[in-house]
Design a protein around this ligand. Structure first.
Ligand code: SF4
Ligand code: SF4
Length: 446
């Protein structure tokens, strides 16, 4: 694609990077067919190619973001399905990230939306605040239908209440910064990103990860000073807040790397993993951080990658029932990190029957805060995903991302993290919901 940026514009490193990306696009439109919002709306402006044109026009003309541009870019899930499809290697993720921060800098949203976004950005990355907010939401949840009005704000408020779990699990005994020693001979030493929202919504995921890895001879460190990865605010265009979260994590893990050393930094929420793997790019312009961030990004692994590398095997005699597991591939895992085989191979090795989900490349509508900010499209994608999953008649759903798990919960099937099933098969406890599924499991179709 031809671009017409001036040399003065290209002196800006963000614009220079976006220009490089724009020039790679050959407008072939292959990406439109696999874009969830284009599939639903059929509108070119809700396709990757349409959005690329909107971004090009806005940036080239140094124009403040218009309501039209904001509407169509806000509808983008950042699912990155378009990156998997694109034959020209267009790095849409970096382009949309830049466009989102440009929007934040040049567009004034209506005040209810500004307030809601500020609230989400303040609460979601802070486990203590998030827990308090969820406790309040659980009380208000039964009244979600009574929230009046047809405005976007009313719809978002209803979505927030609907997504809040009816009850919260208690705090994990394993929560907090500490070292979890390896059992037996130490094979590796890794840092685990404990996360923010996940440790409140589903502490069992970190517990299963720590149990499984330490059992396999891996020392697991939850580093002091590490916290939210910054993905949630990054996708809201809050560039500075995202960089600040990235710096804090890079500093915390660098202390470990330069101390006892790390073989890997393990992430068990794939949305966070995609962002941590991008730290080198995010902090590339900061001499104090660039090298350390690139080193951290190079060490980042999804938990499934490490388990495959370690040669995960179930414990002899601890095999769970042969449940039919619909594997829901989180976009951040399959498109963002290109990890497609490992989780399924691990589940199969554990003794589960792994079912491919039709239209598995399409997003479930979770996408960070998307299901709160775009509840209508997110609801359509959720219904489509659940129907596709149900068509395979599974006993349960497994996924590697807490966002997807929350989005698909309440759809008639238990939803668990892949690692919880692997831990069960390796001698850990059964996830509470799955115990129930095992008892209620119908016989597989002939
Ligand atoms: S598939 Fe790639 S090159 Fe083709 S229109 Fe989409 S982004 Fe551009
Ligand atoms: S990231 Fe997803 S929603 Fe956004 S343009 Fe690409 S395919 Fe479409």
């Amino acid at each position: 694609m031809q671009t017409h940026f001036t040399p003065a514009q290209l002196a800006d490193p963000g614009l220079r990077e976006s220009e490089k990306i724009l020039r790679k696009c050959v407008h072939c439109g292959f990406c439109t067919a696999t874009c969830p919002t284009f599939v639903l709306a059929g509108d070119e402006l809700d396709s990757p190619r349409g959005r690329i044109y909107l971004i090009k026009d806005m940036l080239e003309n140094s124009r403040p973001a218009s309501e039209l541009v904001v509407r169509h870019l806000d509808r983008c899930l950042s699912c990155l399905s378009c990156m998997t499809t694109c034959p020209s290697g267009v790095h849409y993720m970096h382009l949309i990230d830049h466009a989102r921060s440009y929007i934040e800098a040049t567009y004034r949203r209506p005040w209810p939306e500004r307030a809601l976004r500020a609230l989400l950005a303040a609460v979601l990355p802070r486990p203590m605040l998030f827990r308090l907010a969820l406790m309040g939401a659980a009380l208000a949840r039964p009244f979600a239908r009574l929230v009046p009005g047809r405005s976007a704000t009313a719809a978002r408020l209803r979505a927030m209440l609907r997504l809040a779990p009816a009850s919260l699990p208690g705090r994990s005994a394993l929560e907090g910064a500490r070292v979890h020693p390896a059992q037996g001979v130490r094979r590796k030493r890794v840092a685990l990103l404990a996360g923010c929202a996940q440790q409140v919504l589903a502490p069992a995921i970190n517990e299963a990860t720590i149990r499984l890895l330490t059992r396999m001879g891996v020392e697991v460190v939850v580093a002091s000073g590490a916290g939210c990865c910054g993905a949630l605010v990054h996708h809201m265009g809050r560039h500075e807040a995202a960089l600040s979260a990235a710096r804090a994590n890079v500093a915390a893990w660098t202390r470990e790397i330069e101390g006892e050393g790390l073989d890997a930094i393990i992430v068990n929420a794939s949305g966070c993993g995609t962002t941590v793997k991008d730290y080198g790019f995010m902090l590339r312009g900061e001499p104090e951080w660039a090298e350390k961030a690139a080193r951290v990004a190079g060490l980042a692994r999804d938990v499934s990658e490490l388990l495959a590398e370690l040669g995960y095997q179930p414990a002899p005699g601890a095999r769970p029932p042969p449940l039919r597991v619909a594997y829901h591939a989180a976009c951040s895992l399959q498109h963002g990190q290109k990890i497609t085989k490992e989780p399924k191979a691990l589940l199969a090795a554990a003794g589960f029957t792994v079912l491919e989900v039709p239209e598995g490349h399409l997003c479930c509508g979770s996408a960070g805060t998307y299901n709160l900010l775009q509840p209508e499209i997110a609801g359509q994608l959720r219904a489509r995903k659940l129907a596709n999953i149900a068509s395979r008649r599974p006993d349960l759903i497994a996924s590697g991302n807490i966002g997807c798990m929350t989005q698909l919960a309440g759809g008639g099937l238990p939803v668990v993290h892949t690692v919880e099933l692997l831990d069960w098969a390796a001698g850990g406890p059964a996830p509470a919901d799955v115990n129930h599924a095992a008892l209620a499991s119908p016989p597989p179709p002939a």
